[in-house]
Design a protein around this ligand. Structure first.
Ligand code: IPE
Ligand code: IPE
Ligand code: MG
Length: 247
């Protein structure tokens, strides 16, 4: 696929988040089992990271496993965890060589111990990298995150470290797992589903959405580029009228 449309280097989103969806349906179309879709999706991750870095995007969040995904058949959950460990082991050197820092959001303490170990090793190894921060959402859901934040806030108020009166949006954000990460300007979901599935509910208040029918295992850098071009054609008004935001 060739794409000759221009890209505006002065309007690159800082943070792009992706709901990587459609692995199972894609595999079924190929007459394969769902796991084949998940393993094939790893190449899509690689291609997307390469393009994100090339474009100068600073934060890339990938929704890899939701809190709801535990309810899938045990074989699939086990295979996904296994794939995660293997992928990290295979990719960490390349991430590091490309100056990419790996972080996670979500409750990783509930992941199998070998996953936790390979994640903390990869995070430690890449922690000084600056070009791109790759955020893997693992055992993540936005409602869980908001409840966690509320619990911590309640605790701080109870112990007089915070006054209820001091709470505002900025203070609240400090208690989210995305503290220090800017809100995504662009959210991509693959596979033709037009929903959020409990992802980043707080952070997407003013995010632009790009829904594509492409299944995740077929998603490549050029699709990512198309999503960024689509984003660049939007007028982000933040509640204002057009005339107020024209240069
Ligand atoms: C996304 O693909 C991967 C995960 C949610 C882990 P799916 O596995 O949801 O694939 P579909 O949506 O069933 O096709
Ligand atoms: C969302 O996809 C979660 C991830 C991509 C990890 P799902 O396939 O789990 O979402 P639903 O069930 O279609 O809403
Ligand atoms: Mg799905």
């Amino acid at each position: 696929m060739s794409n000759k449309l221009p890209i505006d280097k002065n309007n690159i989103p800082k943070h792009v988040a992706i709901i990587m969806d459609g692995n199972g349906r894609w595999a079924k179309q190929q007459g394969q089992d769902r796991l084949f879709g998940h393993t094939s999706g790893v190449e899509s991750v690689r291609s997307t990271i390469r393009k994100a870095k090339e474009l100068g995007i600073k934060f890339l969040t990938l929704y890899a496993f939701s809190t709801e995904n535990w309810n899938r058949p045990k074989d699939e959950v086990d295979a996904l965890m296994d794939l995660l460990v293997r992928s990290i082991a295979n990719e960490v050197d390349e991430l590091d060589e490309n100056d990419i820092r790996l972080v996670t959001i979500g409750d990783v303490s509930k992941l199998p111990i070998d996953c936790q170990k390979s994640l903390s090793w990869a995070k430690e190894k890449t922690k000084k990298n600056k070009s791109l921060t790759l955020i893997l959402a693992l055992n993540y859901s936005a409602r869980w995150e908001i409840i966690q934040a509320l619990k911590s806030i309640a605790f701080e108020i109870e112990h007089h470290k915070l006054m209820a009166d001091e709470l505002n949006e900025r203070v609240f954000e400090r208690f989210l797992s995305t503290k220090d990460i800017p809100d995504p300007e662009l959210l991509i979901r693959t596979s033709g589903e037009n929903r959020i599935s409990n992802f980043l509910l707080w952070q997407i208040a003013y995010t632009e959405f790009h829904f594509t029918n492409v299944f995740w295992p077929e998603f490549r850098g050029e699709h990512f580029l198309q999503a960024v071009q689509d984003y660049q054609n939007r007028e982000r008004r933040f509640g204002l009228v057009s005339e107020q935001i024209e240069d």
